[in-house]
Design a protein around this ligand. Structure first.
Ligand code: NAD
Length: 266
């Protein structure tokens, strides 16, 4: 029989949050700090991370570390994560999150765009899981949470590469959910329209290539959301924090939309 997770560990697990310099990743790091996790935040911008570290401590993280790394550079990523594990110990909560692929019709997508997006999302997450899994296994506590998209359920027009890669991420995660040991779960959070830099840039990019203004695009988005507003990064982060907690121990292999009711799929 598998022993229960060490209670002293669940008091202060170590979280690694990727893409933590902005948006959903940043909000997630703060939410995990609020529930007392030690938090390591990873992104490309050292300045943004260094300003986040004191905020994490102020929110309640007993320890906070900035990891400057590029998820596109997987050769360097492996040693960077090994260094983190060596200096700060096992990671118990891994949040796979990064910048979304550029918009555009699928028929116009290049091979390079597919490969870049597959690398940044699926291959980087895979590398990270393999690096942190021994520590999770040993601690008998692991929570892997992937920030994906509602396009896992319903492809979104004009996001050809993104739709394709999100499907791959969801299948990767579901497959892993059958392979990971007891006590180590993996789940996907599917954000709907969430008020971040990514969404602002997306509206501008779509406006630049179509006949709708940024304002019209946002109005169309809002009209499709029963809650009648964009999501807040904190609302996504609260769900990630729940999935990362001991309370979510029997939730495994799910894709959970946090979208204000926008999806039609059951
Ligand atoms: P964002 O662009 O605001 O933040 C992305 C974060 O990832 C930033 O910290 C950025 O610096 C970091 N990042 C980007 N490329 C990186 C790289 N190569 N290496 C390391 N870090 C990198 O995005 P967001 O709105 O917070 O969205 C997070 C994820 O959720 C994205 O994949 C996005 O496509 C997806 N998503 C967002 C929405 C939304 O409405 N905001 C909806 C559906 C899905």
């Amino acid at each position: 029989m598998t022993p229960p997770a060490d209670p002293s560990l669940t008091d202060s697990p170590h979280a690694l949050v990727c893409g933590a310099s902005a948006g959903i990743g940043r909000a997630t790091a703060l939410a995990l700090a609020s529930i007392g996790s030690r938090v390591s935040v990873l992104a490309r911008s050292g300045d943004a991370l260094n300003s986040l570290v004191p905020e994490l401590r102020a929110r309640g993280a007993p320890e906070a570390n900035a990891i400057v790394a590029d998820l596109d550079d997987r050769e360097a990523l492996g040693p960077t994560v090994d260094d983190l594990l060596g200096r700060h110990g096992a990671v118990h909560i891994l949040v796979n999150n990064t910048g979304g692929p550029a918009p555009g019709p699928l028929l116009e997508a290049t091979e390079e765009q597919f490969l870049e997006a597959f690398g940044r999302h699926v291959l980087a997450s895979h590398l990270l899981v393999r690096r942190v899994l021994p520590g999770m296994r040993e601690s008998n506590y692991g929570r892997i949470i992937n920030i994906v998209s509602t396009s896992v359920r319903e492809p979104i027009a004009g996001l050809g590469v993104s739709n394709t890669i999100r499907g791959a991420m969801a299948s990767w995660a579901k497959t892993l959910s059958r392979e990971l040991p007891p006590g180590v779960t993996i789940n996907n959070v599917l954000p709907g329209f969430t008020d971040t830099d990514r969404l602002r840039t997306l509206a501008e990019d779509i406006a630049a290539t179509g006949d709708r203004s940024v304002g019209e695009i946002r109005e169309d988005w809002l009209a499709s959301v029963p809650e009648g507003r964009l999501g807040k990064p904190d609302e996504l982060a609260a769900v990630v924090a729940f999935l990362a907690s001991p309370a979510a121990s029997y939730i495994r292999g799910v894709s959970l939309p946090v979208d204000g009711g926008r999806l039609n799929a059951i």
